[in-house]
Design a protein around this ligand. Structure first.
Ligand SMILES: [Zn+2]
Length: 508
């Protein structure tokens, strides 16, 4: 009952307005920095359908009258004060441009906006509306909507579009930068809206309030995603942050909602072609071998929540939570000593990788590699190579989850790696056991260093396959029984080959 209440509370918290939406403040339209000109006080939304033109956090304020600007307090344009709320209007700020809607008749034509950081050519400028690219200059992109309203992006870099191209709202146009013809300006986006106004014709209209509304809409859009699979083999699905569509969202995996419970994350970073169309980019899938710490025969409530990249708040994925009941299984193979540097290098954690089983009777093998040398096979996309004590050991790409490896992020194996002798297949997943307080990794392909093994060297069942594993490692998702995890079944295929490893060359 307590758990139900805790869960309900969690969901409510998860859908409360995000912290960044609460933090966001803005001064009213027309309220320019004193001494910078006379603003236009105008509550009209000239572009009510606007999508905020920069991904992520942003800070609308003057480039000229803020810290480091030509007429501003001395300091650095990258000063934190320039990258802070509240926002301030700078439409109509003192300039010589003809501006019929400005009280002075002249002024700044649009709004200056800084992105989340001062780094140039990093933050994405995106289409604020569906439309056509009507002009590209050395640092400018014009986007014109079906109603004739034109949206101007200045100081751009890495422009991704071409004149005549039709774009959808949200499409990347380029990156926010400091380009300004020959001389550079501060890193910011200058954003104009040019619209037809009765009796005036096509003029630059106030963009500030439309930007405020668009930004608020962005901040309140939580990340979303689905748990597609949660059983004793894998936890998999996808997660996506609409406000930062290029960001890779971390998914928090929590068992049993205990505040003290081990908390772990998996990154939604994998390419999956079925996501490209629906999300606009493909690399938002996650997949991890199920947490071994839960393989204790009791049921566990597993909750998956996307972590908002903007403010680190957590949002539960669809189909979460799941109930996992995974039976313990008999540890096999040699146990290889695991030192602290190896834990970090292999991204191992007790939550994901530690099997709560006694493995003290297993022979001790070679110390597990303290650095991770994993490579893609240059000629076989389905296979990886792991360098282990001077040998290369194969691992199927489908099993990379079990080692927290994203195969797409690996370098290709060099000739030096491919010339190493081929050892036994690498274990299909990390299985960490603790014996007398010391951590070990199980490896059926490793030859024990001790000459006398304390256990039967062929621990096979009467049917010649796995003794304990295939019978005891049953698994249930909810009330449905599942077979042994795939990675575990694979161990039986390896076991026959694993008796003896070839002698190892001493170095690379
Ligand atoms: Zn400007």
């Amino acid at each position: 009952m307590k758990h139900v209440l805790v869960s309900a509370l969690f969901v409510m918290l998860a859908f409360a307005p995000s912290a960044s939406a609460e933090d966001f403040t803005h001064l009213p339209p027309g309220d320019l920095i004193p001494g910078s000109g006379t603003g236009r006080v105008d509550e009209k939304l000239y572009a009510p359908e606007l999508l905020f033109p920069i991904e992520g956090k942003a800070y609308a304020n003057s480039q000229v009258y803020m810290t480091g600007g030509l007429y501003g307090p001395s300091g650095d344009q990258c000063s934190v004060v320039n990258f802070s709320y509240p926002w301030r209007d700078n439409y109509c700020e003192e300039r010589s441009w003809d501006m019929p809607l400005c009280p002075a008749g002249t002024g700044h034509q649009g709004q200056d906006i800084r992105a989340a950081s001062c780094e140039k050519s990093l933050h994405v400028a995106r289409a604020a509306i569906d439309g056509t690219i009507t002009s590209i200059g050395s640092y400018s992109v014009y986007l014109t909507a079906a109603d004739g309203t034109r949206y101007d992006y200045l100081h751009m870099d890495n422009v991704q579009v071409s004149v005549g191209q039709k774009v959808k709202s949200g499409a990347e146009l380029g990156r926010v930068s400091n380009n300004f013809g020959g001389t550079s300006t501060s890193v910011h986006l200058h954003f104009n809206i040019k619209q037809n106004i009765a009796s005036l014709g096509s003029v630059y209209v106030p963009p500030y309030l439309s930007l405020v509304k668009a930004y608020e809409a962005t901040l309140s859009q939580p990340p979303r995603g689905v748990v597609e699979l949660a059983d004793c083999d894998r936890v998999a699905g996808w997660a996506f942050a609409p406000e930062q569509p290029d960001a890779q969202v971390a998914v928090d995996v929590e068992a049993d909602a205990k505040p003290s419970a081990a908390v772990a994350e998996v990154l939604a970073e994998r390419d999956r072609s079925d996501l490209c169309q629906t999300l606009g980019s493909c690399n938002h899938a996650f997949s991890a071998a199920s947490p071994l710490s839960l393989f204790d025969g009791t049921s566990h409530v597993v909750r998956l929540r996307a972590i908002d990249p903007t403010d680190a708040k957590r949002y539960e994925l669809l189909e979460s939570p799941s109930t996992l009941t995974c039976e313990p299984f008999q540890p096999k193979g040699a146990r290889r000593r695991l030192d602290q540097s190896a834990v970090a290098a292999w991204k191992l954690s007790s939550f994901w990788d530690e099997l709560p089983q006694d493995a003290s009777s297993l022979p001790v093998g070679h110390t597990f590699p303290s650095s991770r040398e994993a490579f893609a096979d240059p000629s076989d996309a389905s296979r990886l190579w792991i360098v282990d004590e001077g040998q290369r050991r194969g691992l199927a790409v489908g099993d990379s989850d079990g080692w927290h490896i994203n195969p797409a992020a690996l370098k290709k194996a060099t000739d030096a790696v491919l010339q190493l002798s081929e050892g036994q297949p690498f274990p299909r997943r990390a299985v960490w056991v603790t014996v007398k307080g010391s951590p070990f990794i199980l490896d059926e392909g490793d030859t024990p260093e001790e000459t006398v093994s304390p256990v039967d060297p062929e621990p096979q069942g009467p049917d010649g396959t796995l003794s304990g594993a295939s019978e005891s490692a049953s698994c249930a998702l909810g009330s449905t029984a599942n077979p042994a995890p795939l990675w575990l079944l694979g161990l039986s295929a390896v076991i026959g080959l694993a008796r003896r490893r070839k002698s190892r060359p001493q170095s690379l």
